[in-house]
Ligand binder design. Structure first.
Ligand code: PLP
Length: 426
């Protein structure tokens, strides 16, 4: 990391440093989430409103991370705060179903083309885990096909072949690897070969319509169509992981691309800022979760947590077609602004993304998959800290996204900070 940036950061964040030291005494690495860590220590955030964070050191940061796409409406949107607090005040954690879950399920089924039925959990991890489990119960097969570099959360099966510098599969039983096949992103020929070799043994093919953690790289429509045809021909459920990409279209990225999978995993923004996951799809597949059939148990103390469901309903009501279209247009403006801003500088920066999701990559070459983007957070470290010191908060590895309180003003602020950061690092 650039020494001048490091010095400036240390000088500006004494309180965060103190909190990090306290945290490290009681939590390994001083945190409980691998991705939020960066050197020398992350800033602690005291509060947030709209698209701004206020750190424990009193700095104000423009939030271009939005909890990795979750805070699509920004922070503490009044309608969501009201819905959540109202529901919580009337009782939460009731051990019985509540109407809010029906309301959220109806909205999701009404919007997302693949959803005939849906169930709720508490994370995107649970969503993909249960979607895969349902697909295994439906097909009777146990081998999962995933994209190399696809990220679907932290359960064993999907931790295989996540592109990340130096990652090994320690802590995951060795036989899990034998039940996961991988295929390169956006490579239809390789996908055809994978299905020719193992199509009849697959439980499902799971992929993100836009690689999120893998670099904000959009799928080619032709790749998704090929996936649709192959899975249909082999009666293998096609699972879209829309935990991040739901925000790209009223009915998620599947509506934007016009390709309807058999099952969909959701999370992040659909819970109004509270922990959430959802998975759903064709009614015949989802019926394996029907307690009267008893094929697959799906329990969880906090499944369909009432306050989460109320927050989700308020969020989806605000996230209408116009709001999504506006955000996606703003994303287009940001990407073309980045291309212009970086053109005058020595350092080679690429920008990828789709709609309101984007990523900056420090590399010359074209970025086509998780391997060709930023190789881990190190490549981006200098630029991350330079931007951070100029009031812009994005992921330590360069990923960003937009929230509805943002306008051209914030996008311009981002572009100015990028220009200044690249000049500083020259
Ligand atoms: C595409 C995708 N799937 C699944 C997950 C896991 O979600 P969670 O972190 O809520 O478990 C993530 C999280 O970033 C994700 O980006």
């Amino acid at each position: 990391m650039d020494d001048r940036s490091l010095e400036a950061y240390l000088a500006a964040t004494p309180r965060s440093r103190e909190l990090s030291e306290r945290a490290a005494a009681v939590m390994p690495g001083g945190d409980t989430r691998s991705v939020t860590y960066h050197e020398p220590y992350p800033s602690f955030v005291a509060s947030a409103s709209g698209c701004r964070l206020v750190t424990e050191d009193g700095e104000e940061l423009l939030d271009f991370l939005n909890n990795y796409t979750q805070s699509v409406l920004g922070h503490a949107p009044p309608a969501v705060v009201e819905a959540v607090t109202d529901r919580f005040a009337r009782g939460n954690g009731l051990g019985a179903p509540t109407e809010e879950a029906v309301e959220l399920a109806e909205r999701l089924v009404g919007r997302v083309p693949s959803l005939e039925q849906v169930r709720f959990g508490n994370s995107g991890t649970e969503a993909t885990m249960n979607a895969i489990r349902g697909a295994m119960a439906y097909t009777g097969n146990e081998t999962v096909l995933k994209v190399h570099g696809g990220y679907h959360g932290t359960h064993d099966t999907v931790e295989i072949a996540v592109e990340s510098a130096g990652r090994e599969h320690r802590g995951i039983p060795a036989d899990v690897e034998q039940r996961v096949r991988t295929t390169p992103f956006n490579d239809s020929e390789a996908l055809k070969t994978a299905f020719a070799e193992a199509g009849d043994d697959l439980a499902c093919f799971i992929l993100e319509p836009v690689l999120g953690v893998g670099g904000a790289i959009p799928a080619e429509t032709e790749f998704l169509r090929t996936a649709r045809d192959l899975t249909r021909n082999h009666d293998v459920p096609l699972v879209f992981d829309e935990v991040m990409t739901f925000r790209l279209g009223y009915g998620g990225a599947q509506e934007r691309y016009g390709v309807t999978p058999d099952m969909t995993a959701l999370g992040k923004c659909i819970g109004g800022g509270l922990p959430v996951g959802a998975f759903g799809g064709r009614a015949d597949i989802m019926s394996v979760f029907d307690p009267e059939r008893g094929d697959v148990a799906h329990s969880g103390t906090f499944n369909a947590n009432p306050a989460t469901m109320a927050g989700g309903v308020a969020t989806l009501d605000a996230l209408d077609r116009a709001a999504i279209e506006r955000l996606n247009d703003l994303g287009d403006q940001l990407r073309s602004g980045v291309r212009e801003a970086v053109a005058g500088h020595e350092r080679s920066i690429q920008v990828t993304g789709e709609g309101s999701m984007f990523q900056l990559h420090v590399t010359d070459g074209p970025v086509t998959d998780a391997r060709s983007g930023n190789p881990g957070r190190d490549a981006f470290g200098d630029l991350f800290m330079a931007l951070r010191n100029r009031g812009i908060f994005i992921a330590p590895r360069g990923m960003g996204n937009l929230s509805t309180p943002m306008s051209e003003r914030e996008v311009d602020g981002f572009l100015d900070a990028l220009d200044a950061s690249l000049a500083f690092l020259a």
